[in-house]
Design a protein around this ligand. Structure first.
Ligand SMILES: C[S@@+](CC[C@H](N)C(=O)[O-])C[C@H]1O[C@@H](n2cnc3c(N)ncnc32)[C@H](O)[C@@H]1O
Length: 511
């Protein structure tokens, strides 16, 4: 099975460099018969010097060396690699792909695109680019960034690119003087002499299209293909796709959240104590935690003497053996519970009301008649969201605002999802949109995602609870720890509380 990861810094070991080199040497391509640097190389496989990889990843005396690598494996076998530099420049971040290789037997399976999208998918970068002679790769750059490569734009930025982006990246030929980034006639040329003479693809529609924007390249040249954030976006397809996927990526986003280390997750004991004061149950009661995450609440219940506790989550793999795999929308326990917890925005994880309602209805189905549920959801009226741009659900307006929305790394770093500077809010629907960036790791590529969650007013969550057959025992605004609001906010708790906590009782029959 194919799996991907991103590796950077010290994690790029000597063994990994050997693996990457072996893939390049067997799969990159052959020297051109007519234009090889020497006659004995003509038609031979191009070999990449190992010392160059060391330079890319670790630097040398005169070169900084800050490249990272995105990888694709088929089980243990390396089948795709993209070496890239994320340059922090005076104008913002620039992602430059330095090398892309896909194993000969694994081409046309979308591996190259998956690797490249992870490098170019960060919407707040100043520019994204590659040095390549493959027109299809240029088209992938355009698709990933929704902008068109044009020699004119590259030329406008030529000095900046040479000074701040390219000067540190030495290509095979190392002849820094031979960059050709110039304008000829109307179309212009954006090419670079790397000396990487391979036999080129035959004429194709992609080739003529790219030539019309970047000019023709000679046998020893490659295109210097760049797109810039300031360029107009040519299509909203990517945004549409990301929004359609938002329900599917919820799991991915939660998997990447390092919740255990985040501040909001440190109050489990106080929260369980507050719950046990509100719900009159004894330690013999059966309890299930829906969307249990790391299992922090079930662990505390166990410490408090509850023996029949379990948790479910669709992201598992932590150290808590009380949490098992299960989707809160559909999971059925072997028996019904006395109490079910569903804390910290599990209800609201989905964009569609149907999915969130399904979680609530399934909680009701898994409770004994008269059983109790304690849920918390995100408060739509929280004051911190006051600075968020308000949007309607009209798609044109939403796409325009989404394009301009600044991404954050909050979800990965702190779990703070109430920072209005990085959010759009559709108050009528109760939807909040964020662009979240996640770094790559040993099992995943870097990725920017649109995360959409559903937040509630006191009224709207109460209505939803009643609609699936719950009676509301109590409800209040809360923050982590579930303490009462400070005095000042007691008159205006809806502005203070990030969450709404409800104690619910399952009706014996639905009226
Ligand atoms: C913000 S975390 C809260 C976790 C936990 N309740 C806590 O307080 O630490 C939300 C959790 O809900 C889980 N989740 C969301 N929707 C789910 C679903 N449909 N089925 C199972 N788990 C779900 C996520 O995987 C994530 O672990």
């Amino acid at each position: 099975m194919l799996h991907y990861k991103t590796v950077s810094g010290e994690k790029i070991t000597d063994a990994l460099i050997d693996e990457v080199k072996a893939l390049f040497d067997t799969s990159y391509g052959d020297w051109s018969v007519d234009h090889a640097p020497s006659a004995n190389l003509a038609g031979q496989a191009i070999i990449f010097p190992r010392k160059k990889y060391v330079e890319y990843f670790r630097g040398s005396e005169e070169y900084v060396g800050e490249c990272e690598i995105a990888l694709c494996y088929d089980d243990d076998k390396l089948v795709g690699e993209a070496v890239y530099a994320n340059k922090n420049t005076t104008r913002g971040m620039v992602a430059l792909v330095v090398q892309l290789v896909v194993h000969r037997d694994y081409r046309r399976r979308g591996i190259g695109s998956a690797l490249l999208y992870s490098i170019w998918g960060f919407s707040d970068y100043y520019a994204w680019g590659i040095v390549t002679s493959n027109p299809c790769t240029v088209k992938t750059l355009e698709k990933a960034t929704y902008r068109q490569c044009s020699a004119i734009e590259t030329i406008k930025n030529k000095h900046f690119l040479v000074r701040e982006v390219l000067s540190d990246i030495r290509f095979l030929d190392e002849t820094r003087d031979s960059w050709v980034v110039n304008v000829t006639g109307k179309t212009g040329e954006s090419r670079i002499r790397t000396g990487f003479a391979t036999d080129r693809q035959e004429a194709s529609s992609a080739l003529s299209e790219v030539e019309s924007r970047l000019g023709r390249i000679g046998p020893k040249d490659e295109w210097l293909a760049f797109v810039f954030n300031s360029q107009e976006v040519t299509s909203d397809d990517g945004l549409k796709r990301m929004l359609d996927e938002s329900n599917l990526i919820v799991r991915d986003a939660y998997m990447r959240m390092s919740a255990q280390h985040q501040k909001w997750s440190k109050q489990a004991e106080a929260e369980i104590d507050a719950i046990l004061k509100m719900v009159p149950i004894t330690v013999s009661a059966s309890v299930c935690d829906f969307g249990a995450g790391s299992g922090r609440h079930v662990k505390v219940l166990k410490q408090r003497g509850f023996n029949n506790v379990t948790g479910i989550d669709f992201v598992t793999g932590g150290d808590c053996d009380l949490v098992q795999f299960g989707d809160c929308r559909t999971w059925k326990g072997a028996y019904r519970f006395d109490m079910i917890l569903c804390l910290y925005d599990v209800i609201g994880s989905f964009r569609s009301l149907t999915d969130n309602r399904a979680i609530l209805a399934n909680i009701k189905d898994n409770l004994k008649p008269g059983g109790m549920a304690v849920i918390s959801v995100m408060n739509l009226s929280f004051r911190g969201m006051g600075v968020a741009k308000v949007v309607g659900s009209q798609s044109d307006e939403l796409y325009r605002a989404l394009r301009r929305l600044k991404p954050s790394t909050n979800m990965a770093d702190t779990g703070e999802v109430f920072d209005g500077r990085f959010a759009l809010v559709d108050k009528d629907e109760g939807l909040v949109y964020r662009k979240e960036q996640f770094g790559g790791d040993d099992s995943r590529l870097r990725r920017e995602m649109i995360v959409v969650d559903r937040r509630f007013t006191m009224e709207s969550i109460q209505d939803l609870c009643r609609s699936v057959g719950f009676d509301i025992v109590s409800s209040r605004y809360v923050r982590a720890g579930f303490e009462a609001p400070p005095l000042f906010y007691r008159f205006w708790p809806s502005r203070w509380g990030k969450g709404i906590l409800l104690v619910l009782s399952a009706r014996r029959c639905i009226r």
